[in-house]
Write a protein that binds this ligand. Sequence first.
Ligand code: PMP
Length: 359
Amino acid sequence: MLYETFEKIYSLEAAGKKITKLNVGEPDWRPPIAAIKAAQNALSKGKDKYGSSYGELTLREKLAQLHGCSAKNIVITPGSKWGVYSLLRLHLSAGDNAVVFSPHWSAYSLMCQSFGTEARLVNLKMENGWKPDLCALASAIDSKTKMLVLNSPCNPTSAAFSEGDERKIIEIVRDRGVTVLSDDAYRGLLFEKRKDRLLEENLLIANTFSKTFGMTGWRIGYAVVPEEIAKKMVSLNQITFTNVPLFIQAGAEKALEDKEKFAAKVRKLCVQRAGIATKKLRGHFEFSKPEAGFYLFPKLPDEIDTMKFLDRMLDSGFAMVPGGAFGDFGQHFRVSLCREKETISIACDTMVETLEGFC
Ligand code: PMP
């Protein structure tokens, strides 16, 4: 459903309609200028040949420092999507299941389906601020459960589990012999900053340069995993994409040098944008207070048809994603606030007017 929505918008654009794409989870900020220059420089100096399927050692060493491990635990991937995919692929066989909190990024369930496994959804509630339901989690696990996917902060809700809850989750599943895959794509954009997650037993981490650094199209992410899993990932990398281009890795390495300052700047921007949207939409839509990044996941009143609402928004030039793309949340929609403040303001006013048009 997520990807179908994208196609519908592309065809409207091809027909000449101007659409503000609040449907895409893609930062509008530029990557660090020093990263761009480093990539250009590396390219012109001949860093355009094959490379190691682990990734460049110097980049992996820097990432290892952030995650309290050795470079042997780091594998560079083409975006974190490949990291998530390959880790699920390496841990799940047909008939197994992976437990996933929902609402969730639909790629998890589509990936599981693609190799004949079940994504076992544990539905969370907006009324509880999308906090984890630990009892439901414990009862979702059975002998066929091999993984739990943790995505905190979450796409699409922008809710983050508390560090205490994350710890409880990791311990509950560890006791049951289940591995946690933590997709930390939005962790760098937490409004209340936390350090990068450290590698520990039974925990695998996928992370990316896409969101914090606005480097979506560079296609670079990484996995933080035990050495033997790193080796398996590398074997898979060798028979698939080989390596992330070396000049891209050079740019990413440069981006890390100024990570704290850059992240603080974009975090501030996200907080401001979330503030504008929250102020405009509060009292009209129900939604939880965003704790990170750039998504809101508002709920429409029961009597309103989500697809009709989104079609009317599209007629007004704003694209958003129906909640059904993220699980059993058909009364919700996801809006991505990756636009300048004025556009967010107009979009929110249009949402309110469109809602009122149904009354
Ligand atoms: N995880 C989550 C939760 C995401 O929302 C996305 C992108 N939308 C990704 C991973 C993948 O991002 P990338 O492949 O660009 O690193």
